[in-house]
Design a protein around this ligand. Structure first.
Ligand code: DAH
Length: 340
């Protein structure tokens, strides 16, 4: 029995997991275990010795079972300890910062302009970038021989289809499908064969149209002055007579130079003013082309979004909008503290 106890003591020391412990247990106190074997030997002994022998075996059995229970608890503790160590979070590691995307300055400017016009009651409409010649030119009262139709300015897909050169065809699309009154702005991409520091072959415009009864030039002025001052702040606004085939009368609108506050600088060519949009009362021919009744009239306007964004955010090269330089774009992120 002593040698069995020694054997057990040395074996139990080297056990490190539950499975080996189970095997050890069954080899000593299991059905075919060494201790169980002693019990079987007892039968042949005289009664007196039997009692003494039985007590000793039970003592040994109890000892082994106790040791196994202790060892089992030790293993549990060790396994738990190791799991905790492996799960340990190293709070000294630098955090992984979530990167927030930035709204592109063009998108941001479009949304700002849309919001202003929506607050004045205008809807937002979208027209296609691939357009019929008929809507881009003809129905806007731009006759066949007009210089704006020159191959040099327009990307043609075929004789009748082109990449729209302005957002004005949206006027035709909406009016031909919607009975008056209509009141909307329409942002989007436009294309022209032009490329230098202030021109890109693709750029963005917003078109505006308001048609109802008894609309006057003063309504146009009121809406555009309100819009420009909501967008640029408290700037002077002036209207100059101009010409567009689809409006009569037509005007171009200037604001006091943002850069020099009207004193005269390089940006405003020392005039103190910056031209920002074209507008006018919708030409009767255009209204007739979409079969609007003679009692309806209204005004339209169009502006270049890149120009608005450049002036508002002090950007001096139009190419910056299209190069996708993350250092430039990040300056328009929400994280930079600017909200839409
Ligand atoms: N479509 C003109 C352009 O691209 C801009 C414009 C001027 C639009 C006057 C208008 C308008 O609706 O009334 O240059």
């Amino acid at each position: 029995m002593n040698s069995i106890k020694k054997e057990f003591d040395s074996l139990v020391k080297s056990v490190e997991d539950k499975e080996s412990l189970k095997q050890l247990k069954s080899s000593f106190v299991g059905k075919k275990g060494k201790i169980t074997h002693f019990f079987k030997q007892m039968n042949g002994l005289p009664d007196v010795s039997k009692r003494e022998f039985g007590r000793k075996i039970n003592e040994l059995k109890g000892y082994i079972e106790d040791e196994i229970r202790k060892k089992s608890q030790e293993i549990d503790k060790f396994v738990k300890q190791r799991a905790l160590e492996q799960e340990l979070i190293d709070i000294s590691l630098p955090a992984r910062i979530n990167k927030f995307g930035a709204v592109h300055p063009i998108t941001k400017t479009i949304i700002e302009i849309e919001n202003i016009f929506q607050s004045l009651g205008f809807n937002v409409e979208i027209g296609p970038e691939i357009e019929y010649d008929k809507y881009n030119f003809e129905m806007l009262n731009i006759p066949k021989e007009h210089p704006a139709r020159d191959m040099q300015d327009t990307f043609y897909v075929n004789d009748n289809v082109l990449l729209r050169t302005h957002t004005s065809p949206t006027q035709i699309r909406i009016m031909k499908d919607t009975p008056p009154p209509v009141m909307f702005v329409s942002p989007g991409k436009v294309y022209r064969r032009d490329s230098d520091i202030t021109h890109s072959p693709m750029f963005h415009q917003i078109e505006g149209l308001l048609i109802d009864k008894n609309i006057r030039f003063s309504d146009l002025k009121g809406v555009l002055i309100q819009f420009l001052q909501m967008f640029f702040g408290d700037v002077p606004v002036r209207f100059r007579p101009s010409y567009f085939p689809f409006t009569e009368p037509s005007a171009e609108v200037d604001i006091g130079c943002i850069m020099c506050k009207g004193k005269g600088c390089r940006v405003c060519s020392h005039t103190g003013f910056l031209e920002v949009l074209g507008c006018g009362m919708v030409h009767p021919n255009v209204l007739a082309n979409v079969e609007y009744g003679k009692e309806y009239n209204g005004f339209a306007f169009g502006l270049g979004i890149e120009r608005f964004a450049m002036l508002k955010y002090g950007i001096d090269n139009i190419k910056l909008f299209f190069e996708n330089d993350i250092r430039f774009l990040n300056q328009f992120s929400y994280m930079a503290g600017k909200t839409l």
